[in-house]
Design a protein around this ligand. Structure first.
Ligand SMILES: [Zn+2]
Length: 282
């Protein structure tokens, strides 16, 4: 696990730095709405023991509650750590797990995901082993298509699955902070965004609202393949994936450095809407 100094708060969500010292947030301090109350180490008097609230009966009741919560806290931490230990250890192993998960998805042998027990552990930490840059298309759901539970994939989605600055920054966070070792740029068949870009750049179509700005990011893949034989939609979809893989691989200063150190692999894939199969591009 690669961690940057001062970023532990992002990693496990348990320690928050404040101007008044370290603040620890534990499950026992979660209110019913999920909002964490903070207990400052500068103030060693637990809030339930202040003069206004203190009574022996309340103290005993809260002590029992905290003891139980402490046990649960440790179990959840162990669960989160176990989840990290189950992760593929190398970029190649991560890719193998994605391919195997897609096979389970296609054959209907997908894993049963018990969302209830997963939720508390994931509230404490996340350790996604792969990041997916995918299209926003409602028919392409990476967690389902790769048969992965929550917390295992860091998914960035945008119509046309291209990496703008915000997308690159998101992937920098996934890789350098969360330790994700694989990025897959995932295009898909019959992509409406790519189709719109083809209409704009080969037929002079005009689009309303903010769509021209979006499809401008897809001009290069369309222009690169417009003279090729075969389906321009299929070719542009593939070219868009290839160009974005290259962009991510060479993105300085963070992603390119990780690739050079063999700590990060970037691959492309195409999801077939009709079959669910994801073909990894060579
Ligand atoms: Zn799409």
């Amino acid at each position: 696990m690669r961690r940057f100094a001062g970023q532990k708060a992002f990693l496990d969500g348990t320690i928050l730095q404040s101007g008044h010292g370290t603040t620890i947030t534990e499950p026992s301090e979660l209110d019913p709405s999920g909002q964490a109350r903070r207990r400052s180490e500068d103030n060693h008097t637990p809030p339930f023991m202040d003069q206004e609230n203190y009574s022996r009966r309340r103290f005993v009741r809260r002590s029992v509650t905290l003891a139980g919560a402490s046990v649960a806290w440790n179990l959840l931490r162990c669960g989160a750590q176990a989840a990290e230990q189950d992760n593929p250890q190398t970029p190649d192993d991560a890719l193998k797990e994605l391919i195997a998960g897609n096979e389970r998805y296609i054959t209907g042998e997908h894993t049963h995901h018990d969302y209830g027990p997963e939720r508390p552990a994931l509230a404490l930490s996340q350790h996604p082993f792969a990041a997916i840059l995918g299209c926003a298309d409602s028919r392409v759901s990476p967690e389902l298509a790769f048969d992965q539970s929550r917390g295992r994939l860091f998914v960035v989605r945008l119509a046309g699955n291209f990496a703008d600055d915000n997308g690159v920054a998101s992937l920098e966070f996934a890789t350098s902070v969360l330790g994700t070792s694989l990025i897959m740029v995932l295009g898909h068949t019959e992509c409406g965004a790519v189709n719109a870009a083809i209409d704009v750049f080969t037929k002079g179509a005009s689009l309303p609202g903010h769509l021209p700005k979006l499809v401008s990011n897809l001009q290069a893949p369309v222009e690169n393949v417009r003279s090729q034989s075969g389906s321009i939609l299929d070719n542009a979809t593939r070219e868009n994936v290839v160009l974005n893989v290259q962009k991510i691989q060479t993105s300085e200063p963070i992603l390119a450095a990780l690739v050079k150190e063999n700590r990060l692999k970037v691959v492309g894939g195409i999801y077939d809407l009709a079959t669910g199969k994801i073909t990894v591009l060579s």
